[in-house]
Design a protein around this ligand. Structure first.
Ligand code: BGC
Length: 923
């Protein structure tokens, strides 16, 4: 066996490289797919000068590993097809890296368009050149922008700046002429708070509610579009509409000390036209533009809704020849300040259109529409009536017992859209600068009788790929998974927000500490979270303090530990799941600054003492309460802060090692070890095997963070098990902090059965209880159907904790080895739990598609898996012995691509090279 594997490693590749064609009969054994730049497909306007290139290898042969690659980057399509990499020819590089390969050619210039392709050599033959891909470089420095910021720094007589501010949208336009043949045109826009861009009457791009929100004083995002095909010879017109978004913040007049505002909407615009004779022209924002704030969008307020008067429409305003003599002259306004950066995370888009399930008449002129699903987005309506008829759409997550819309949990958000009809014709309308979190809509003033067919639900979230699929034999788990997915997508709004419905919608750090990791199985959230790390860094104070909300639209600098430590867990997630090392490199110094700041300021008796939220939202003693006041349910804040700091230190130690900062790594290890000692001295009772007041969270954190002395692990685990199974009668007893580790903690410590019990419960408190009570998303509170509406959203994701991670890693058995990130090495170890008879999951990793599809039939275990090319998997097959494992019709140990490693308890452990495998075994 040993001898054979040496032969395989050394001689086989050479043999196959020269004779690969003969062995497989065709040249396309190995092909390349999904070429990505910065993990984006053919991006326009990125502002990195050394983009990272990735490709996916597909192979018909098992155990395919890349041995070398060659990348060509050219300045023209022609050069690339002639295999001339005038910008970069990497040459043949001996390496198995196929993701995040850094561009290393000549300096890339602003607005440059680059064409690239790759070929690889593998142990199973070489690929042909991939099909070409492209990327274009954006405007690299603020100085590259021509023109100036324009807008109008005042409100208009019809506006009102109060707690419920109303500010109409601003329409801007300009005409220009092109005199020569255009070879390429690129539009760059920073439209704040939100913009819609039109060329010759056509909308540019399919994004909505763009750009991504930031702390606009610190940095703004631009979007870039290739608009070559949208320009005409001769007369052209460009038009933009500016909405308020988070720039003109709608609640600032109410709590100016807490809610940050930035001013009136404004924009910077550059249209760069390249003519085929080599000359260039730029159409830019300046005071030759005209502005009109008296158009149809009368008010647009993220919390209160949009009002649209169709009688104010200005047909043709964004095409050439329109009479704008009555419009105002746009004025130069102050720039927002900070950096201008290309937006690398996806914009929001209408991602799905769903149909209502019912409409009911409540009373004269009032109807309740049920979408059947809680989500974030808006309603599209078709209507016919008379001029001036006014339809009101009020959005809510639920209805009351009497059938009326339930809005108490929205606090003071009015969540109402208003449409005023032109009349006489069939009209179709959907808003532009708002979104609502809702399932039900109250419709008043609709002319005639509204029917289901008159409405569409437009589901809006960040345009990211769905990467995961998951199904099991357990109906509760399946329903909760679906609810989780809807909850997660609802709250992606260019930043991860807490909820999409009430007057809050803030990017709270603590809601995503481990949630982001679970989410990453379902959605490719790599760029959203990379952007969020930038938001967090920008929100950091000079002294190191990091707020609980970033961008800090709400000012919450509380020096809490648990919420800000999300900075580190997200960087770790991006590295683990996507192999994104760049984020660690970029943020290391700011993370360290925060760690040092917290340690210097809040260390007392060897512990970190600052905590604000406790184990937020533990199941309280009464069903009406939001927060428990029972000291037996609450976990000591110093314990939470200190344990979290230990975990953050171990992540920092890992990052320091990756960055070769060995002194830092030693320092963080020393810090963690000192806290551990003080922690155990203060909180641990070794006799009882309990920490502090014996809450699940108090015991769980030291267990999963490696704080508990090794020889006390079992006893501690027994305390946790007793608490859940005896005291809580098989129910969850953790809040946001404990739930982040609960499912994995139980499973890794030998009790996946308890984890399964919690996952499949349908009574209070549990995720299944939410579903049992009609939830189609995840609630903010375990008792969300009975608690005070003040803080009771029906669409929050924080209570998911590590549930989704558990679904994929432990139930399906798809996990990236933390030491070989981005699924370069996959650990496939589904838990065998009584009651679960099958699980089917797939996950599109950056290396390719991973699948795990298992079922139990009596004593037989049947398992189909896929391992992507250029990766390998450790496969833990439930089996009484290795001989009992078959792959296809053969003994697994004799099967191509598999190597038996050892028996580990009741599992036969194999190493699998890439490929599809069908295992059967006897358990
Ligand atoms: C938010 C939470 C957040 C919490 C922290 C709430 O109002 O909705 O999701 O984490 O406040 O205090």
């Amino acid at each position: 066996m040993k001898h054979k594997s040496i032969l395989y490693l050394i001689i086989f590749p050479l043999f196959l490289l020269t004779t690969g064609m003969n062995v497989y009969g065709k040249a396309d054994v190995v092909s390349l797919q999904n070429l990505r730049t910065e993990l984006l497909v053919n991006p326009v306007g990125i502002d990195v000068t050394q983009p990272r290139l990735s490709w996916e290898i597909r192979s018909a042969a098992r155990a395919t590993v890349q041995t070398a690659y060659q990348v060509l980057v050219a300045s023209s399509e022609e050069k690339l097809s002639a295999n001339e990499g005038d910008l970069w020819n990497s040459g043949k590089v001996g390496s198995d890296a196929s993701v995040h390969v850094k561009y290393n050619g000549t300096d890339l210039k602003g607005n440059a368009r680059c064409y690239w392709k790759v070929k690889v050599w593998t142990n199973k033959g070489e690929s042909a050149w991939s099909s070409p891909a492209t990327f274009t470089i954006g405007l690299l420095n603020s100085i590259d922008w021509k023109g100036r910021w324009i807008g109008m720094d005042r409100s208009f007589p019809w506006d009102s700046e109060t707690q419920w501010s109303r500010l109409s949208a601003r329409y801007l336009r300009k005409e220009f002429e092109t005199k020569k043949t255009i070879s390429r045109a690129t539009a760059y826009i920073i439209g704040l708070g939100l913009y819609e861009l039109y060329l010759n009457g056509q909308k540019v791009g399919d994004q909505v509610l763009a750009p991504g929100p930031t702390d606009y004083f610190k940095g703004v995002k631009y979007n870039a579009f290739d608009v070559t095909g949208m320009l005409k010879p001769g007369k052209n017109a460009v038009g933009t509409i500016l909405g308020n978004g988070r720039y003109y913040t709608m609640r600032q007049a109410y709590k100016p000390y807490k809610i940050k505002t930035f001013g009136y909407p404004k924009m910077l615009f550059n249209l760069l036209i390249e003519y085929s004779d080599g000359s260039n022209e730029a159409i830019v924002s300046d005071d030759s533009w005209k502005l009109n704030a008296d158009g149809p969008i009368r008010s647009n307020n993220e919390y209160d809704g949009e009002e649209y008067d169709a009688n104010k429409e200005m047909p043709g305003w964004n095409t050439s020849g329109f009479d704008d003599s009555k419009w105002l002259k746009a004025t130069f306004v102050q720039e927002p300040g900070g950096t201008y950066e290309a937006q690398m995370n996806e914009n929001m888009k209408v991602m799905a259109t769903i149909k209502p399930v019912s409409i009911k008449k409540l009373k004269a002129n009032t109807y309740i529409l049920d979408m059947g699903q809680n989500f974030a987005g808006w309603l599209r309506m078709r209507v016919k009536g008379s001029k001036g008829d006014t339809v009101k759409l009020r959005f809510g997550e639920d209805v009351q017992a009497n059938g009326e819309l339930y809005v108490r949990n929205l606090r003071d958000a009015r969540s109402t859209d208003v449409y005023i009809l032109k009349g006489g014709v069939q009209e179709s309308w959907e808003p532009t600068f708002v979104y609502h979190g809702f399932r039900f809509v109250e419709i008043t003033g609709y002319p005639g009788t509204p029917a289901i067919e008159d409405f569409d639900g437009r589901v809006i979230y960040d345009d990211m790929k769905t990467t995961g699929g998951f199904l099991t034999s357990d109906a509760t788990i399946n329903q909760v998974y679906k609810n989780a997915k809807w909850g997660i997508l609802s709250n992606y709004k260019g930043m991860p927000v807490d909820c999409p419905q009430r007057n809050e919608r803030q990017p709270w750090l603590g809601d995503r500490t481990t949630g982001a990791y679970g989410e990453s199985f379902i959605f490719d959230n790599s760029r959203l979270y990379a952007k969020w790390l930038d938001d967090i860094r920008q929100s950091q104070k000079e002294d190191g303090s990091i707020p609980d909300v970033a961008p800090a639209f709400w000012r919450y600098y509380s020096d809490n530990v648990t919420w800000p430590s999300t900075y580190m867990t997200i960087a770790d997630m991006l590295y683990r799941q996507y192999g994104d090392f760049e984020s660690i490199r970029k943020h290391y110094d700011s993370m360290k600054k925060w760690m040092d700041y917290m340690a210097a300021k809040y260390t007392r008796d060897g512990l970190i003492t600052k905590d604000k939220y406790g184990d937020w939202c533990v199941p309280p003693e009464s069903k009406e309460m939001i927060h428990s006041r029972d000291p037996k349910r609450q976990t000591d804040g110093v314990l939470l802060a200190s344990a979290t700091y230990v975990h953050a230190s171990s992540l920092m130690g890992k990052f320091a090692k990756l960055l070769n900062k060995n002194e830092d790594a030693a320092e963080f290890a020393a810090r963690a070890s000192a806290i551990k000692d003080a922690f155990n001295k203060k909180f641990f009772d070794p006799g009882k095997g309990q920490y502090s007041n014996n809450t699940i969270t108090a015991n769980l954190l030291p267990l999963v963070y490696g704080i508990v002395p090794e020889n006390s692990r079992e006893k501690l685990m027994a305390s946790i098990a007793d608490k859940i199974m005896i005291e809580n009668k098989g129910h969850i007893g953790t809040g946001v902090i404990g739930t982040q580790w609960l499912m994995r903690g139980l499973t890794a410590n030998g009790r996946p059965d308890i984890a399964y019990r919690l996952a499949s419960n349908r009574d209070y408190p549990s995720w299944g209880y939410m579903a049992e009570n009609g939830a189609t998303t995840i609630w903010e509170l375990w008792n969300g159907n009975t608690a005070n509406p003040e803080m009771n959203s029906a669409n929050h994701v924080m209570l998911l904790g590590d549930l989704v991670i558990w679904y994929y890693e432990n139930v399906a058995g798809i996990k990236s080895d933390p030491d070989a990130p981005a699924f370069k090495k996959i650990i496939m170890k589904p838990e065998m739990i009584d009651g679960l008879t099958y699980a089917r999951a797939s996950y599109q990793s950056v290396h390719g598609l991973v699948k795990s599809d298992w079922k139990k039939a009596g004593k037989t275990f049947i398992w189909n898996i896929s391992v992507p090319a250029n990766t390998r998997a450790l496969v833990y097959i439930p089996a009484s012995s290795a001989e009992k494992v078959k792959e296809g019709k053969k003994a697994a140990s004799a099967s191509d691509g598999l190597k038996f490693l050892k028996m580990e308890g009741n599992r036969a452990l194999f190493e699998a090279g890439s490929g599809d495998y069908s295992f059967t075994s006897n358990m």
